[in-house]
Design a protein around this ligand. Structure first.
Ligand SMILES: [Fe+2]
Length: 319
């Protein structure tokens, strides 16, 4: 294992003061204090929770915010897709990754789903890395003009019946006619799954979505932006080197082998993390830690670790 560090150049401001630790009172109402902190755009940490404490707390927070259905839906949806495994009531395993792979910063999901909350619960984290990295989105960054989100669009050559609109929504995650192909969309692929109805994968300009916690429209660096952004892997790699966090195999690796999303990235948007993000929190979760944050304003990412150095078992819940 080798660690490389290069601290030169601009860096993202430290946001550790935005990470607040709250005491967990068993059997009491912990959700109100958590929501109060979330409304100040803080990231909240509670320590020494059991996994069922985490389930209870997450459910209470989501319900108080009117997001109880969304919490249940996300847990059911993730396990039905088979790429995540449900743990407890609302938490699911994080996506599997290869040795030495990192997960670049993203807000979970896409503008279509607009998930408001992201929470993580740590069972075990004894590796020599695996730090959780939370980067706060800079709403005023110029690069929002250049970034693109991968979204699905439709185009109908005939009027759709109400049952068809419903069917299209479920099958393709598309709200017709709102998600009709737009002149400015860049088409990546097209198919016709229903006679007279075309479906497109397109790159489109990111749009601000409503944050319930902050009661404000925000840009979010959704997974549907990050995972197609070639620069993001390079930038995250550079960030990890700068922070002295990355672990590299003895035979070195190029960024692609370290990147869980290497196969999905299609475009360079020219973004620099120091512009895209204005605050960083680097925190190594410990057994029993519960972390929750606004899923729009804060991205989440994970550093890699040396294979065999320990076990990392962290679960995630979204609403
Ligand atoms: Fe994620």
């Amino acid at each position: 294992m080798m660690v490389e560090k290069n601290a030169s150049g601009p860096s993202i401001a430290d946001g550790t003061d935005r990470l607040v630790t709250l005491l967990h009172n068993k059997g009491a109402d912990n959700a109100t204090a958590v929501i109060e902190a979330l409304k100040k755009d803080q990231v909240v940490l509670l320590k020494k929770l059991s996994s069922s404490d985490a389930d209870v707390l997450m459910n209470a927070i989501a319900n108080k915010l009117g997001l109880g259905d969304s919490l249940q839906l996300q847990a059911a949806f993730a396990s039905s897709l088979g790429h995540r495994e449900k743990i407890g009531n609302y938490y699911m395993s994080v996506n599997a990754r290869e040795n030495y792979q990192f997960v670049s910063p993203h807000s979970e999901g896409s503008s279509f789903i607009n998930m408001q909350l992201a929470s993580f619960y740590c069972y075990e984290n004894t590796t020599d890395g695996g730090e959780t990295i939370l980067l706060h989105v800079n709403q005023g960054a110029q690069v929002w003009q250049k970034l693109r989100e991968l979204v699905t669009r439709g185009k109908s050559q005939r009027p759709l019946t109400p049952p068809e609109v419903k069917q299209i929504k479920v099958a393709f995650r598309l709200n017709m006619p709102a998600d009709t192909l737009k002149p400015e969309d860049e088409i990546l692929s097209r198919k016709m799954p229903v006679p007279g109805f075309e479906l497109f994968d397109v790159l489109t300009k990111p749009r601000k979505m409503h944050s319930q916690l902050l009661d404000e429209d925000l840009y979010a660096y959704w997974d549907s932006i990050d995972s197609i952004d070639v620069d993001s892997a390079e930038e995250f790699y550079r960030f990890l080197i700068k922070e002295g966090l990355i672990k590299l195999p003895a035979n070195r690796s190029d960024v692609k082998t370290l990147d869980t999303d290497a196969d999905r990235r299609v475009r360079k948007f020219g973004d620099k993390y120091e512009q895209l993000f204005d605050r960083k929190i680097i925190y190594k979760m410990q057994s029993g830690d519960f972390v929750i944050q606004n899923n729009l304003s804060w991205t989440h990412a994970v550093n890699n670790w040396t294979p065999g150095s320990g076990t990392r078992k962290v679960a995630a819940a979204f609403a």
